[in-house]
Write a protein that binds this ligand. Sequence first.
Ligand SMILES: Nc1ncnc2c1ncn2[C@@H]1O[C@H](COP(=O)(O)OP(=O)(O)OP(=O)(O)O)[C@@H](O)[C@H]1O
Length: 569
Amino acid sequence: MLLPVFPKSRLPAIFRGYATEKYGGRFNKFSKKRISPAPSIKRQSKPKKARQHEFGDTLRHGFGELNGLANIDKIDNVKSNVGVRSRFLDYKILEEVRDFFTKEIKQYSLLYQHQKIRESKQTEDNPTPTDIQKLAFSEILKPRNSKNPYELRIFSIAGETGCGKTYAYMIPLINNLKTDQMNKVNDGDKKKKIVEYNENFTKTQINSVILLPTNELIEQLYDVLKNISELGLTVSKLNFENKVEDLIALNKPVDILVTTPVKFNAIKNYAGSSQVYRKLVSSIKYCVIDEADTLLDRSFLSDTMTSFHQISNMSGMVKDLVIVSSTISKLFNKNLNEVFKNNNIIKICSKRIHRISKKLDMRVIDCNMKPFRNSKMNALKQCLYSIYCDNTEADLQVKKVLVFVNEKESVSKIYGELCSDDAFKGYEIYKITGENSIEDRMQIMKDFNSNDALLEDALSTNQKSSDKTVKIPNSNIKLNKSSNNDSTSQPRLKVLVTTDILSRGINFQQTSNSVLYDIPKTTADLVNRVGRVGRIGLPGRVFMLAAKGESKGWVTGLPKAVKNGTPLA
Ligand SMILES: Nc1ncnc2c1ncn2[C@@H]1O[C@H](COP(=O)(O)OP(=O)(O)OP(=O)(O)O)[C@@H](O)[C@H]1O
């Protein structure tokens, strides 16, 4: 079932032919005469070395010095050699922990979900650790200094978006918690003894804390840990809906507390007496600061550091602090070195950091060219239509597209435009900004992530066409159209318009398409927005819309840089 994006009556003359001809053949005919090749094509003929140099320079200029990404080659003592061990079995991980996580990865990994749908036989394979996981396991699982078992070790883990950093810190953390738990009980039936030990607790005791910047990420991580009770461990979250009082009243060990720095700092106020507070936090031995490039930037730094100082001051027992990030900006690197200057930070970094996955098909659309008439909205509508019509993800019932903008005001504008356009009647359009209540945000994320078929009658106009391709006008972008135009098998489209609020850390379920409506303000924003698709080596597509004056060298050079694996720093 096909939808005309631009109703014929409201279409500028230049569009009319395209709309009536359903984009395909007519576009090809027009494009030969009127459309000059996209600038990115012209630039591709430049000598490789000169272009890469120009790309790096212009990118830095484009995004400004302070927010630029650090050059990893210039950071001392970074551990990035993966080594030869290639299986979970090769690392000193407790057998039950290893079995638990390999099972979890197979069941819930985006990679395995993807394969399950496309090639069900592949799901028989056993997962292997990703590069960042191998690096992290090699360092964090090293035996501690036996002379000083409570020495604080600080690790910084940095790797490209979607490379599996969560398990890179989670598996060693669970391994440590489980080992500590086993050491607390005597030999014999350890499982039974651990249950008895936990039942005898009269006060809440937190054993480890994971700090995250947003409620969405807390929810996501809590979901990752939902089966952890199988290992005899407990997890609690402190977010918008959970009260600190309830945590205090639990009266049992909390092996992992997932929360934000602000919520964590609030525990002190609610604890009432310093004795209660001390009891709560004095058993924290492991602390993780995830999405640290956000939590150690200007807006969060003071809350994050208050949390960490509270943990280490009150307990003096923190053994491992793990700081995790997908980019290393100059500011982050500066803050990291300043804040932890007296400690040796063990820096673990994947070689692919600051690079965009080569599996991503990255395209730039110049909106200044006809027929978009410098209207990003027109270009966006055409993108959505083309994604909807092409034959990718043919086996899915629902295709999903993320649309990222810089300012929350633009979210409502775009959402309003798409909702009020009859051509988008059958699409499910969502928006999320910081202005939505947290409850709303959670519900919208749930709806967008669900893969249920949309209402049968959602798409009511069925237009048959024999064209095999759809082309985004005035670009070199041609997409194959679904070969099957039968209304029951045509996928449906969900579109989520949002800001950077959702650009960090979120695993969107079965989402392979993204439109960067605005040019991101910093390289870190670019890397994170793009990184919501094409995760863990999966294929994906990103369309970047460039208006008049935005088609600078680095913008048009981006697709080539992605293909060449050029670091964006
Ligand atoms: N060893 C593995 N094999 C297969 N899939 C994995 C493996 N490790 C993690 N995954 C899956 O990869 C996906 C992305 O992982 P994760 O969320 O940890 O990425 P990330 O590096 O933290 O990304 P970001 O920088 O965006 O936060 C998840 O669906 C996870 O289940």
